[in-house]
Design a protein around this ligand. Structure first.
Ligand code: C2E
Ligand code: MG
Ligand code: MG
Ligand code: MG
Length: 275
């Protein structure tokens, strides 16, 4: 247009040029661009009752759309660490929360959705209030939202963390400590942070059938959680041997490739949509 009306140009898509343009962007710029241009999407993985195999929750896992590869996605392992370093994680988490509450409002047939909130947000007292007001706005039962707190960095201020969790629980949603057992301070967290659910880190689950120490650990956590009135979830349930062992140990809920993989169009979203 700038070149005038009666002109034309040959357009030759040049993958190398767009690739290097994208590669020159910092992760912060890529994340900001994605936030502004509908550049994220959610994939869903089931969390099932270990005995009945009924679906209890769908965990929403964020991906960045890959602008260089339409239809492809960039996994959170690549961009979440940068988002946490630059503070952009709070904006990503808000986007996920908004999407999820809208989904829960539109789909009363879905029992519950689990979302991940970064421990980086513990010093963001506005976040629990954001969740509470969205749930009220959309008239969604807060018990249908499970908030998984992921502690990628050690919690620097236990009082901030406890205040954050108390505020979350005051909205009526359920609070889960994700990746439990990963990080040596976990027992201190268990004593001080009033979470409802413990998700045992996949590190202890994936070689459960062959690793005696993992068995001792998982049995111990499950027994302790039961006495404390908390629910347990095992992640990374990759095969039948692991699954059977978890039935024997008495964990409450299971999640992993043996049951399903995270997908854009999880069967639970598909089936009820056509009903
Ligand atoms: P997470 O919350 O512990 O999620 C479990 C991760 O393990 C997911 O990876 C999932 O795809 C993968 N997984 C599930 N079942 C199996 C299995 O049987 N075997 C193996 N090997 N892996 C399994 P994903 O989607 O790459 O997410 C990685 C992490 O990124 C998550 O770990 C979570 O900490 C973070 N994350 C994902 N979405 C969000 C989000 O919306 N906000 C925040 N703050 N963090 C997120
Ligand atoms: Mg999680
Ligand atoms: Mg986890
Ligand atoms: Mg993990």
């Amino acid at each position: 247009k700038a070149a005038g009306k009666a002109t034309w140009r040959m357009y030759r898509p040049d993958a190398d040029v767009s690739r290097s343009a994208f590669n020159r962007l910092s992760w912060k710029d890529r994340i900001m661009q994605a936030l502004e241009s509908d550049g994220f999407e959610l994939h869903y993985q089931g969390i099932y009752d270990v005995n009945t195999r009924e679906l209890e929750h769908l965990e929403a896992l964020v991906r960045m759309k890959d602008v260089q590869n339409p239809g492809g996605v960039i996994m959170p392992g690549h961009f979440i660490p940068h988002a946490e370093k630059t503070g952009k994680i709070v904006d990503i988490d808000r986007w996920v929360i908004k999407r999820t509450v809208e989904l829960l409002a539109a789909r009363p047939d879905i029992p519950s959705v689990a979302i991940n909130v970064s421990g980086r947000s513990f010093d963001e007292p506005a976040l629990p209030e954001f969740i509470g007001s969205l749930l009220r706005l959309h008239c969604v039962d807060p018990r249908r939202l499970l908030v998984e707190l992921t502690e990628t960095a050690a919690v620097s201020d236990m009082r901030d963390a406890q205040r954050f969790i108390d505020a979350l629980r005051a909205t009526g949603c359920t609070v889960c400590l994700d990746d439990f057992g990963n990080g040596f301070a976990s027992f201190a967290y268990l004593k001080q942070l009033k979470a409802d659910v413990l998700k045992i880190d996949g590190f202890f689950i994936r070689d459960l059938p062959h690793d005696h120490d993992s068995q001792v650990f998982v049995r111990g956590i499950v027994a302790m959680a039961r006495d404390m009135g908390k629910t347990t979830i095992a992640e990374f349930v990759e095969n039948e041997a692991i699954y059977n062992m978890l039935v024997d140990i008495g964990v409450d809920l299971v999640q992993g490739y043996y049951l399903d993989k995270p997908t854009r169009d999880h069967p639970a979203l598909r089936n009820a949509a056509s009903a």
